[in-house]
Ligand binder design. Structure first.
Ligand code: PEP
Ligand code: MN
Length: 333
């Protein structure tokens, strides 16, 4: 249930109302927007007398929320969430261009790519240090050393970094990381989500290979319900019967998620398609669909990449993609 308070309600009146609701064993989530304050009532709201609540002077309207996700719900929080990280804003009209290799492979590789993608207009550097690979014999990433190299690349370029966590036991290694990625395979690792909810790090939450949008939002809810509201949702393609592409990019997810939630929506056309040739057109399409950002795999030598070479763009291809994306952004504002 949500209660929208009238414009002009004082903080004392709001506190008074919250205490009254708390006596009914409800947790109250307060969202202060530019125009209105929205109270989200979490818990057993069946005992709340809606008529009585609506009749209070300070209350504009009361609505029952049928969706099981509350904090991620736009009804709770009508304005877009804007996440600020290392001087970069994401959401609410601010676009994140995240780019970099699938995996960090060496100092020379990550710093070279970081400089190249920055020169083309990327504002966040991606790079995997812990890699979830289908085969246990495939390159598993450089681990903590990979994170150290990402930090060096940040020091060289000023780009904030995003990298994936696979196991909460490694959380200490992420202390200086700007954005923690939860990969598709861990989208429903609820223990991991809860622990990340206790941190103050922005989280890039990728949609699972076979998960619905509601399940994605419920996973965001796990993080948010522990106190961390800085979550970005990422559409990265889902499993369908189609085998030509690695996954099927569900572009309608951008609009659906924007309707249902206030969280920024990022699209990953690299993992969605699995083919470098398909990445630019899908990046352009995602931008036109209103995505708040993209995450693109870029490698200096895709043919010899240790991971995901087939879907990686060269720095020159990324530069061209970025110019096309910028044109689309100008066209849709
Ligand atoms: C990645 O970003 O390199 C990755 C493994 O992504 P996903 O979890 O979407 O497969
Ligand atoms: Mn990859």
């Amino acid at each position: 249930m949500i209660a929208i308070l009238k414009h002009g309600t004082t903080p004392e009146q709001t506190q008074h109302l919250i205490q009254w609701l708390a006596r009914m064993d409800l947790d109250v989530h307060v969202s202060e927007g530019a125009e209105v304050t929205v109270l989200g009532l979490i818990g057993d709201t069946s005992r709340v007398d809606m008529e009585l609540l609506s009749s209070l002077d300070m209350v504009e309207t009361v609505k029952r929320v049928s969706e099981p996700f509350k904090q991620a719900n736009r009804k709770f929080h009508p304005n877009d969430t804007v996440i600020e990280v290392g001087g970069v804003k994401i959401g609410g009209g601010n676009f994140a261009m995240m780019a970099g290799p699938c995996s960090v492979e060496s100092e020379e590789q990550i710093i070279g790519i970081a400089k190249a993608v920055k020169a083309s207009g990327a504002n966040i550097l991606r790079g995997g240090a812990f890699k979830p690979r289908t085969s246990p014999y495939a390159f598993q990433g450089m681990g903590g050393e990979g994170i150290d190299l990402l930090l060096k690349a940040r020091a060289e370029t000023g780009l904030p970094i995003v990298t994936e966590i696979m196991n909460i036991s490694t959380l200490d290694l992420f202390a200086d990381v700007d954005i923690i990625q939860v990969g598709a395979r861990n989208m429903q690792n609820f223990d991991l989500l809860k622990e990340l909810g206790k941190t103050d790090k922005p989280i890039l939450l990728k949609r699972g290979l076979a998960n619905t949008l509601q399940e994605l939002l419920m996973s965001a809810e796990y993080i948010m319900s522990e106190g961390n509201e800085r979550v970005m949702l990422c559409e990265r393609g889902i499993r369908t019967f189609e085998t030509y592409t690695r996954n099927t990019l569900d572009l309608s997810a951008v609009s659906v998620l924007h309707d249902l939630s206030h969280l920024p929506v990022i699209v990953d056309p690299s993992h969605a398609t699995g083919k470098a040739k398909l990445v630019p057109p899908m990046a352009v399409a995602a931008t036109a669909a209103g995505a708040d950002g993209l995450i693109i795999e870029v490698h200096n030598d895709p043919a010899h990449a240790l991971c995901d070479g087939a879907q990686s763009l060269t720095p020159a291809q990324f530069d061209e993609l970025n110019q096309r994306v910028n044109k689309i952004r100008e066209a849709i504002v």
